[in-house]
Ligand binder design. Structure first.
Ligand code: SF4
Length: 210
């Protein structure tokens, strides 16, 4: 099977398994999604949703984040890994959005990655889930592992993996690819004990015996 065909088949099967591919992070505005995504590195979405459930009730506007005393804001997110750096970046991003982008989360990759602490993964998640725009494919640890095991990339660097996935996936699917691989990585193709026997991709996966 050609690689393009294989990817389409993978997506077809995964869509059947996970019919509603979207981010598990809770948010109501693009800025809330940006905050949740920035907090989520190295932390589970379940935990982030608990933290943001309280945070979003207290911090309503972008200015609330920008104007909060640094120490007080750090405290709000102190149960999250690397909270000091994340808090600093979120407040820096809030100030930059107010000062440079007229208080609106930008809608382009170039502008988003100019915000402190925002790399392509976060930018892709915000563009896709808040605005329905697709400039690339968000590559997290699940996407990286599952794509590698499925043989649709040979790279380990997220930026190169993203390029590989973009080259072999139709643009209309860019928003779905990441969610589908993440859902599959969490439920079946786990890092330590992949459930090959339960996997709908078993017959087309070169790693079905690892
Ligand atoms: S067959 Fe195994 S390694 Fe391949 S995608 Fe399924 S769970 Fe992952």
């Amino acid at each position: 099977m050609e690689l393009h065909e294989k990817v389409l088949e993978i997506l077809r099967r995964l869509k059947r398994e996970y019919p509603n591919p979207k981010t598990a992070l809770n948010f109501k505005t693009p800025f809330e999604l940006l905050v949740a995504t920035m907090l989520s590195a190295q932390t589970t979405d379940v935990h982030i949703n608990k933290v943001t459930d309280i945070l979003f009730r207290k911090y309503r506007s972008i200015s609330d984040y920008a104007d909060a005393p640094a120490e007080a804001f750090q405290k709000e997110v102190s149960s999250v890994n690397f909270y000091k750096t994340k808090a600093k970046n979120i407040q820096g991003a809030a100030r930059m959005i107010i000062g440079r982008f007229h208080s609106e989360v930008p809608k382009t990759m170039e502008e988003l990655i100019s915000l402190p602490g925002v790399a392509r993964k976060t930018a892709n998640i915000v563009l896709s889930n808040a605005y329905g725009l697709h400039e690339g494919i968000a590559v997290d640890t699940h996407v990286k592992r599952v794509a590698f095991r499925l043989g649709i990339t040979k790279n380990e660097d997220p930026v190169k993996i993203e390029k590989d996935l973009m080259a072999i996936t139709p643009e209309r699917e860019w928003g779905n690819v990441s969610h589908l691989l993440i859902f599959h990585g969490r439920k079946i193709c786990q890092a330590k004990k992949p459930q090959h026997q339960e996997c709908v991709l078993y017959d087309i996966c070169p790693s079905n015996n690892i």
